[in-house]
Design a protein around this ligand. Structure first.
Ligand code: ATP
Ligand code: MG
Length: 168
């Protein structure tokens, strides 16, 4: 389940129940499909606002649209099932939340307890979840890969195949 409130185009709280396997969001251009995916990488700890199509973190907050009033903060929460014990905690579900304020500062929570971004990233890593992972393919990514310079694409392949950590 994903909960979104005040993030990008979502002024009204939105709860999305996701099933196992294939899920699909359908809607006309500009209705917020990509914003949902960006909400997902946001709560997983993505640090680059630009990769969520915003100038800075504060611009991720609902700006009032055409006639509404801007909101003070944005929140995205995600509830993972922990039935298969992918996360090293005893709870049946794991809730990760991130709130961003007008100052641009973020607050992170694991099961409603305050944590640092690094703690959330490390925690998600244990379940092999990474907001920068190449298993998350955003709109425009394929075009980007197709139009990349050959050398940049080689670096990308080295990164995915796990070679570049040896360069470090
Ligand atoms: P497409 O089918 O064209 O890819 P989409 O369904 O993916 O469209 P999005 O790109 O998710 O649509 O949504 C774009 C809309 O979100 C725009 O109307 C834009 O104004 C709105 N939007 C983005 N950021 C904010 C914000 N901070 N506050 C209010 N609205 C925002
Ligand atoms: Mg889109």
């Amino acid at each position: 389940k994903i909960y979104i409130k005040g993030f990008k185009s979502f002024a009204k709280p939105l709860e999305l129940e996701l099933g196992r396997g294939f899920n699909c969001f359908i809607g006309p251009n500009g209705s917020g499909k990509s914003n949902i995916l960006e909400g997902l990488i946001f709560v997983l700890g993505k640090s680059s606002a630009k990769q969520m199509r915003a100038e800075n973190a504060a611009n991720l907050i609902f700006n009032g649209g055409k006639q509404g009033s801007p909101m003070r903060e944005a929140e995205v929460s995600i509830h993972f099932s922990n039935r298969d014990k992918e996360f090293p905690v005893a709870t049946e579900t794991v809730k990760i939340s991130r709130v961003v304020r007008q100052s641009g500062n973020s607050i992170y929570l694991i099961n409603d307890e305050k944590r640092t971004r690094q703690q959330v990233v490390d925690f998600l890593n244990k379940a092999r979840i990474n907001p920068d992972g190449f298993n998350i393919v955003l709109q425009g990514d394929i075009t980007l890969f197709a139009e990349m310079k050959l050398e940049d694409r080689r670096l990308l392949i080295e990164d995915i195949s796990g070679i570049s950590i040896y360069d470090d």
